[in-house]
Design a binder for this molecule. Structure first.
Ligand SMILES: Cc1ncc(COP(=O)(O)O)c(C=O)c1O
Length: 384
């Protein structure tokens, strides 16, 4: 047998594992503050549309971007809820928001180009950018609010910069960028001729006074913004693998081409359900209200732990805690919290810019939140 083997993609060694090391399902008695998915089932009204579609024989190949009805529903949703103008023909419904981000990077970027990330950033961005032979440039946000640092962003731009990727409401920080900040992001992108990738998957989950604002609604923004979202979080549909992207015509053509080559389309029998879900507010709102209530509970519980510093999350279902007062680094904190307090959380240094913080997902019920915070409080009294 020959020792010589065909090589693998030589960018792979730069592709990180994200949160994997800290996401291992723990024993049942552990309070799991790690998983970024709603603990609700998909509403029955949405599920029943799949049964109807299967019974109606919707099991064949169909249009790459998704059925016209589905794309029109996404277009109407973006327009009515966020004032984003997206022609239905410029929308591609993808296998998850994750794949939509990949298409945008693949379809519009080239190896060697740089992508600005507002750090700490969801680790998949770094992994996808690296996988494609591009370079992630992590630009730390201001602390403690984790909003964009425009001086740092300006300094990070080089002649290789091609994209700025934003995510508001934000995973992991819970920040929601203000309208003024979004306008400044558009201004930066226009001046340096960058694409804006707007991952707005948590856009329905805003708890701050200011709303989610799309860069595509700011003058100069529409022609350079790819709006990327999905069904996973707001409609409790993580396993369905449904996301979307929308952009100006030339970009939309590239996104369609990526999907044609990579996936053909999402499963035909999920399309009616996805179209229906976007306006199924009666089913979505109880989950929305539960997350809002949990955010108040977790903020108040964590505020009672003197060794930790927290800010009220502005959106999504994450809260980032400053663990500097414990004298531990964040990985030690996460490891010991699991071993000694039976609480699983994510050390934020798994993302550049997150050093000294841990992320808690409050997509779990209120008794769990109260018990998890109690365990952290009692443990820190013992060890600090
Ligand atoms: C910021 C962000 N974008 C995208 C996703 C992935 O969404 P999807 O399940 O639609 O691929 C997640 C999931 O955790 C996320 O936090």
């Amino acid at each position: 047998m020959s020792d010589v083997m065909p090589s693998v993609n030589n960018h792979l060694d730069k592709v990180g594992k994200g949160f994997a090391d800290f996401l291992t399902p723990p024993p049942e008695h552990v309070i799991r503050f790690t998983v970024g998915q709603p603990d609700f089932p998909t509403p029955d009204s949405i599920k029943s549309k799949v049964v109807e579609a299967l019974d109606a024989g919707k099991t064949t190949y169909t249009r790459t971007g998704g059925s016209p009805e589905l794309c029109k529903s996404v277009s109407r949703f973006l327009n009515e809820r966020y004032s984003i103008t997206a022609d239905w023909e410029n929308i591609v419904v993808t296998p998850g928001c994750k794949q939509a981000i990949l298409y945008a990077l693949m379809g519009l970027g080239n190896p060697g180009e740089e992508v600005l990330l507002l750090a700490p950033a969801w680790p998949t961005y770094d992994a996808q950018i690296s996988l494609l032979g591009m370079t992630p440039v992590h630009v730390p946000c201001t602390t403690p609010d984790f909003h964009p640092d425009f001086d740092a962003l300006e300094k990070a731009v080089t002649e290789k910069t091609k994209f700025i990727l934003i995510n508001s409401p934000n995973n992991p920080t819970g920040a929601v960028y203000t309208p003024d900040e979004v306008a400044k992001i558009v201004d930066l992108a226009v001046r340096h001729d960058l694409w804006i990738l707007d991952d707005m998957i948590y856009a329905t989950m805003v708890w701050s006074e200011h709303p989610y604002v799309s860069p595509a609604t700011i003058p100069g923004g529409a022609e350079r913004t790819i709006t990327i979202g999905g069904w996973s979080k707001s409609w409790a549909m993580t396993g369905w693998r449904l996301g979307f992207c929308a952009g100006p015509p030339a970009a939309a053509k590239a996104l369609h081409l990526c999907q044609t080559s990579a996936a053909t389309h999402v499963p035909t029998f999920t399309m009616d359900a996805a179209a229906f879900a976007l306006f199924a507010d009666d089913d979505r709102m109880p989950m929305h209200n539960a997350f809002k209530e949990r955010r108040d509970v977790i903020f108040s519980e964590l505020s009672n732990i003197p060794q930790l510093k927290v800010r009220k999350p502005e959106g999504a279902f994450y809260i980032i805690i400053d663990i500097g007062g414990t004298g531990m680094d964040d990985k030690t904190f996460a490891r010991r919290a699991l071993e000694e307090a039976d609480v699983q959380l994510i050390p934020a240094s798994l993302m550049p810019g997150g050093e000294g913080f841990c992320r808690i997902s409050y997509a779990t019920n209120i008794p769990n939140i109260i018990e998890g915070c109690k365990r952290l409080r009692e443990w820190l009294v013992r060890v600090c």
